[in-house]
Design a protein. Structure first.
Length: 186
């Protein structure tokens, strides 16, 4: 079923925002991983604009592929410490992350690894009121866009680390330079 065009002015508390992490919320370490909380650096404007996002959306869910854990380059405890730094700063700025889902699998066929929609379906189990037709996935890779489309969401591409991705693109509904630019457009 074809969705109507995304109207950002229609977004209210019945909507859910799904966010990739690296290159969206924090600066990406291209070709590597964020291994420690010290390496986690927020993108421009964050964490302050998360209050606006929290005021606008019913749920904010982070979905992130974390193959570095699967490759044993870091532990789940390391990942938890990074996410604690992220959520503590977002909470201190008046924002809230409702859930963080991550895929540690090495194999691209894993149902939870983006572009497969397993993390979205897991989030819906924990938050049954999520309506994928009223959800937006924001990411900086085409795999994020495919993840969103595979779950029936709208998609927004942020051109932080992959500005060469063409737009218009069949998997991308809207495109912004940064997550902060999306927040300004709401």
């Amino acid at each position: 079923m074809q969705q109507p065009p995304l109207n950002l002015k229609a977004v209210d508390k019945s909507w859910t925002l799904f966010l990739d992490r690296d290159g969206v919320i924090n600066e990406d370490k291209v070709g590597s991983y964020i291994f420690t909380p010290d390496e986690f650096v927020f993108m421009k404007g964050a964490p302050d604009f998360f209050k606006e996002l929290t005021d606008k959306f019913g749920h904010i869910i982070v979905v992130t592929n974390q193959r570095g854990v699967g490759r044993e380059l870091m532990t789940e405890d390391d990942l938890t410490a990074i996410h604690k730094k992220m959520t503590t700063a977002i909470n201190a700025a008046g924002g809230e992350i409702d859930g963080i889902y991550y895929a540690t699998a090495i194999n691209n066929d894993d149902p939870f690894r983006k572009p497969n929609p397993g993390m979205a379906f897991r989030a819906k189990v924990h938050f049954p009121d999520i309506d994928f037709a009223k959800s937006i996935m924001i990411g900086n890779k085409l795999s994020d866009m495919s993840f969103g489309k595979n779950a029936g969401m709208y998609t927004i591409f942020v051109a932080t680390t992959n500005p060469e991705v063409p737009f218009p693109h069949p998997d991308i509904d809207l495109r912004f330079g940064l997550l902060q630019d999306f927040v300004k457009a709401l």
